[in-house]
Design a protein around this ligand. Structure first.
Ligand code: AQP
Length: 340
C-alpha cells in the first residue's frame, strides 16, 4: 500500500534583496491563503539559497529580517504556520548533500533558471548556484511536504524535486518520499518586469524602475506604473486582444492579482480605457493593498530582536519535524547512527 503523507505545505523565499510585487503576488499572498485546517504550513527564509550569489553579511541579515517582517505583515500567523530561516536547521544542508548524490548532472544541466542566472558566465558562478535545485528538493522533502505554492519560475525545480524523490524511492526500494505537487495558481504567477514584459520581475534586476518593491511608498509606486512600458493601444474587451502585448498583459494580470479577480473581469471593467485611466487606477489599487503591509513591515523591522526570537522558535519546530525524517534517511542509506 502506498504511504500516506500528512497534507503539508512548504515554501521559501530568498533574502537576496528587497521583496517585490512578484514575490507578493506569486508567493506570499498565496501562502497566507493556504493557512487553515486543510494543511500544516511551513514557511522558510531560505538564506542558504541567498548566498549562492554574493551577499554582503549585513545586507543578508537585514534582508532576512525584511522577508520575515513581510510574511508576518502579510498575514502569516506564527501560531498557525512554522516560520524560520533555513540556516538554523542544518537538516536542509545535510539532506541537500544526500540529494546531490541522487540528482544527475544531466538533470541540473536542463535547469533554465541556472542558465538564465549564469548567462555567459557559467564558469565563474558558484557551485552552489548549480546545485541549488537539489538543496531546494531537500527543503521540501525534509518535511515530506505534499504541496509547494510557487510562482511559475519555480515549476521546473519542483518537478526536479519529484524526480529526486522518485529516484531515491526507487534506488533504495522504499516508499519514503512523497511526490510533491507544485501549486501554481491565480492570475499573477509570473509578474513581469515593468520595463520589459518578456522578463520576470526580480529582486536583483538591474534597475529599480523595473520592479515594485513591497517597501516602496505611494509616490514611487505611482511613478513606476506611470513610467511602465506599454503600447499605444487601449485595453481590449477580451483576453485575446492582449496576445503579443506582454507589457499590457502584465499590468492587467497585476491588477487581477491585487484585486482577486480574473484578468477577464478586469478587461470587462476597463474595456476601451487608455493607459491614462488604467495606470492611475492600478497605482491606487497597489498602494491600497501594499501600504498597510509596508507600514506593518517597518514596525516589525524596527525590532530585529523580536524577529530573531520568532525565527528561532520556528526553527525549533521545524527541526522537530525534519530531524526524525533525516534520521530515517540515514538508516535507509546505510549510515551508522551510534551517537547517544
Ligand atoms: N516575478 C514573479 N512573479 C511571480 N512569482 C515570483 N516569485 C519570484 N518572482 C516572481 C516567487 O517568489 C517566491 C520566492 O522566490 P525567491 O525570491 O526565493 O527566488 P526567485 O524566484 O529567484 O526571486 P527573484 O526575485 O528573481 O530573486 P533574485 O533576483 O534574488 O534571484 C517563489 O515562489 C517564486 O516563484
Amino acid at each position: 500500500m502506498a504511504a500516506q503523507f500528512t497534507p503539508r505545505v512548504f515554501s521559501g523565499i530568498k533574502p537576496s534583496g528587497g521583496l517585490t510585487l512578484g514575490n507578493y503576488l506569486g508567493a506570499i499572498k498565496r501562502w497566507v491563503a493556504m493557512q487553515g485546517p486543510e494543511f500544516e504550513t511551513v514557511y522558510c527564509v531560505v538564506d542558504l539559497h541567498a548566498i549562492t550569489v554574493w551577499q554582503d553579511p549585513a545586507d543578508l541579515r537585514a534582508s532576512t529580517h525584511e522577508v520575515a517582517a513581510a510574511l508576518l505583515a502579510s498575514g502569516i500567523d506564527p501560531k498557525t504556520s512554522i516560520l524560520f530561516n533555513q540556516s538554523q536547521v542544518s537538516v536542509h544542508a545535510e539532506l541537500g548533500w544526500i540529494f546531490n548524490c541522487i540528482a544527475r548532472v544531466g538533470w541540473m544541466n536542463r535547469m533554465t533558471q541556472f542558465k538564465d542566472k549564469a548567462g555567459k558566465n557559467a564558469e565563474k558562478v558558484s557551485l552552489g548556484l548549480y546545485a541549488y535545485p537539489s538543496l531546494m528538493a531537500a527543503d521540501i522533502l525534509a518535511y515530506h511536504a505534499t504541496h509547494v505554492p510557487v510562482g511559475e519560475d519555480q515549476k521546473q525545480h519542483v518537478e526536479l524535486t519529484r524526480d529526486i524523490a522518485a529516484k531515491f524511492n526507487h534506488d533504495y526500494k522504499v516508499d519514503f518520499f512523497p511526490l510533491t505537487e507544485p501549486v501554481i495558481e491565480g492570475p499573477a504567477t509570473r509578474v513581469m518586469n515593468l520595463r520589459d514584459g518578456t522578463k520576470k520581475m526580480s529582486k536583483s534586476g538591474e534597475s529599480d524602475m523595473e520592479r515594485i518593491n513591497m517597501l516602496d511608498d505611494a509616490d514611487t509606486i505611482a511613478k513606476k506604473f506611470r513610467k511602465a512600458r506599454t503600447d499605444p493601444d487601449p485595453l481590449p474587451g477580451e483576453l485575446e486582444g492582449l496576445k503579443d502585448r506582454p507589457e499590457a498583459r502584465n499590468l492587467v494580470d497585476i491588477y487581477a492579482g491585487l484585486s482577486d479577480q480574473s484578468p477577464e473581469a478586469v478587461l470587462a471593467e476597463f474595456a476601451g480605457a487608455g493607459w491614462g485611466r488604467f495606470k492611475p487606477a492600478l497605482a491606487e489599487l497597489a498602494v491600497a493593498k501594499l501600504a498597510p503591509i509596508s507600514e506593518e513591515m517597518r514596525r516589525l523591522m524596527a525590532d530585529p530582536g523580536e524577529l530573531d526570537a520568532l525565527l528561532g522558535k520556528g526553527a525549533e519546530k521545524a527541526e522537530a519535524i525534519s530531524r526524525p525524517i533525516l534520521q530515517q534517511v540515514h538508516d535507509i542509506v546505510g549510515f551508522v547512527r551510534s551517537r547517544s
